[in-house]
Design a protein around this ligand. Sequence first.
Ligand SMILES: C[S@@+](CC[C@H](N)C(=O)[O-])C[C@H]1O[C@@H](n2cnc3c(N)ncnc32)[C@H](O)[C@@H]1O
Length: 281
Amino acid sequence: MKARKILTEASARLEERGVDEAGLNAEWLLADAMGVPRMRLLAEPGLPVSPEALKKFNGYLVLKEQGLPLAYILGWQDFRGLRINVDKRVLVPRPETEELAGLAADFLKTREGDLTALDYGAGSGAIGLWLAKEFPALKLTAAEKSVRAIACAKGNAVQLGLAARVKFVRAATLAPVRGRFDVIVSNPPYIPTSVIPGLAPEVLSEPHMALDGGSDGLDVARMLAEKAPSRLKPGGALIMEMGERQAPKMLAAMPPSIWKEKKTFKDLGGIERFVFAQLGA
Ligand SMILES: C[S@@+](CC[C@H](N)C(=O)[O-])C[C@H]1O[C@@H](n2cnc3c(N)ncnc32)[C@H](O)[C@@H]1O
């Protein structure tokens, strides 16, 4: 059978089951099952699909229908051009988090001397590992509460050849984290607990610990805002990703006597998504 026909049928099947972006999911999954780049599949839709590839693809479709994120099925997610391995141990890095990493990079470019960064709540390690790749002299600390996530992030660090510059710390607060950093960057869990049961099945298949930010979603962010000054170098910055309407609330709770500059940044969707706060020099 030809790829074109399989894709058409699979897209219709996924759409019927309420899967978002059914066509895109089908393309990625068939390309993976066939072992060809997705772009080749699109350019040559007349490619024949072997029985083995078709069997694999049908298995993928069942997983997708069950609500598994595409990245878990493929086993990886692209993050600013880096291939980050992901599975059920970690949150799938989101596009807005790529923007967060970009903000941290912009800030690091303004710093001099030995660069150090803390990725707090590192999950798969995407943010910190991308920064380490961008800044070849950067020393990265990746702190994370979940042992399973740390194992995943370590695997990514090794695969990307960055392990020598990354220190992993198991932490539920900043207490076990040693050193001072130019930047603390974090995408903390920020979904209010009461909202979680209503989330889409795909999101609910990700680790609860990666989602649940407590009653107003700000538990971890608030802890970071309070304790970060003790872990930042003079002039260092805390940069965090937040949920909708959380960033202004967070900024208001950060005293101007401590933070020399405080501002929010919008994401590409126009949502005030990121908090940037810098200490005085
Ligand atoms: C929203 S996920 C972000 C993961 C990754 N940084 C990303 O952006 O894709 C939040 C991460 O914080 C971790 N986490 C939750 N509570 C924490 C805490 N108190 N201290 C450290 N990490 C925590 C979760 O296990 C999860 O990996």
